[in-house]
Design a protein around this ligand. Structure first.
Ligand SMILES: [Ca+2]
Length: 200
């Protein structure tokens, strides 16, 4: 079940309460450094004991976490489970699928921002060529013909972004992102995710 769509809220880190929450969140994450994580295949957890370590890119001695490496048998099992899931994913209404994929892309864009000196990507394709690489491919907008990626715009200060699908009318109603976090264009049927106000 996909949760209802909600815009990412704006945060001001000059606000001491917000800054304290962020520092506490960072401390909470740091306390989990070094943990080992199982493989999850078809909802079941597997521990092979063959660990792959993920290190802090600015301090290779710091292990952020470790994951259990799959063997060929588990890789086959993952493929089998993926094919089973593909049947229900294919039946998911296009709007619901778009909302789910847009949320994933928003997380990828925010990850890029953190890893690239607080700069938003100039295009979604930057996510596939970034170091570290954030995603391998950009999913297609189900409301556009052929293999056409979801659309993306950032404001001229590179602070606000919007990622959107053309929606049922298969036409772009969102045309860009303004520097105050509002979107340019008209509020019609486009499906979107943004770190701005979500208004026009
Ligand atoms: Ca539209």
């Amino acid at each position: 079940m996909v949760p209802p769509f909600k815009n990412t809220s704006l945060l001001n880190f000059n606000d001491e309460t917000t800054a304290t929450h962020m520092r506490k969140a960072l401390e909470s994450v740091e306390a989990q450094f070094g943990c080992a994580y199982p493989l999850i295949i078809g909802g079941k957890r597997y521990e092979t004991g063959d660990l792959l370590h993920s290190v802090n890119p600015s301090n290779y001695k710091e292990v952020v976490g470790s994951v259990h490496r799959a063997d060929s048998e588990l890789a086959d099992k993952a493929l089998d489970e993926a094919w089973k899931a593909f049947a229900s994913w294919g039946r998911m209404p296009a709007e619901q699928r778009a909302r789910s994929e847009l949320r994933t892309l928003a997380t990828a864009v925010e990850s890029y921002y953190i890893h690239n000196s607080n700069t938003l990507p100039s295009a979604l394709s930057s996510l596939t060529s970034a170091t570290p690489r954030i995603v391998t491919t950009i999913p297609d907008d189900p409301f556009r013909s052929g293999s056409t990626d979801y659309s993306y715009a950032r404001d001229s200060n590179a602070v606000y972004y919007v990622i959107y699908s053309y929606g049922r009318d298969r036409a772009a109603d969102i045309t860009g992102m303004d520097t105050d976090g509002t979107m340019a264009g008209t509020n019609d049927d486009d499906i979107f995710v943004t770190n701005g106000t979500g208004t026009f």
